[in-house]
Design a protein around this ligand. Structure first.
Ligand code: MG
Length: 180
């Protein structure tokens, strides 16, 4: 059986890039300070880097799939020299959620199948309760960042609460180095 590698799954808005209400244009994209460096450290340690994002703005008709793709290209550009392994989005709305929309683990499980990821050694980093619940539903250890909406979700039951993605990388690298 081929060896599977661990991953860090990231929410996008409020975690990798600053939170703006329904980011729909590349001009609104601004990465969280320190994000590229944090991602580089995690990939150097052997983690795949996967974005898992709810984009109900599409389902609500606020923006299109093409708008999403342009924003995504800008996110990838601003995160360089870090390289994102893969990104998954769901365009359904809270009123009529698909079986992939966070907190469902559907997109995480899809990524694991597509990329041969070992979920037992993987992590989810996000700024909302739905991110932490998604991670838990997929059997991952979870980190809440206080950027974005994080301070409104401090009681979400994450394994760690940290100021931002740089500290999340510190915590994950420390955890991963400790045998369980
Ligand atoms: Mg978010």
């Amino acid at each position: 059986m081929p060896s599977e590698r661990p991953a860090v799954f990231f929410d996008r808005d409020g975690t990798l890039i600053r939170e703006v209400h329904f980011c729909s244009d590349a001009s609104q994209v601004k990465v969280i300070p320190g994000a590229p460096e944090a991602l580089l450290r995690l990939s150097a340690a052997g983690f795949a880097l996967v974005i898992i994002t709810n984009q109900s703005g599409i389902g609500r008709g606020y923006f299109t799939h093409d708008d999403y793709r342009l924003v995504h290209e800008e996110v990838l550009w601003q995160l360089k020299p870090a390289e994102i392994t893969a990104a998954y989005f769901d365009d359904s709305t809270p009123d009529n959620p698909s079986d992939r929309r966070k907190p469902s683990p559907g997109m995480v499980e899809e990524a694991a199948r597509d990329h041969g990821l070992d979920l037992s050694r993987s992590y989810f980093v996000g700024d909302r309760r739905a991110d932490i619940e998604c991670g838990k539903n997929a059997g991952l250890r979870t980190v809440l960042v206080e950027t974005g909406y994080g301070r409104d979700h401090l009681d979400c039951g994450a394994d760690a609460v940290v100021p931002d993605i740089g500290f999340a990388a510190d915590w994950i690298l420390q955890e991963a180095s400790c045998p369980r």
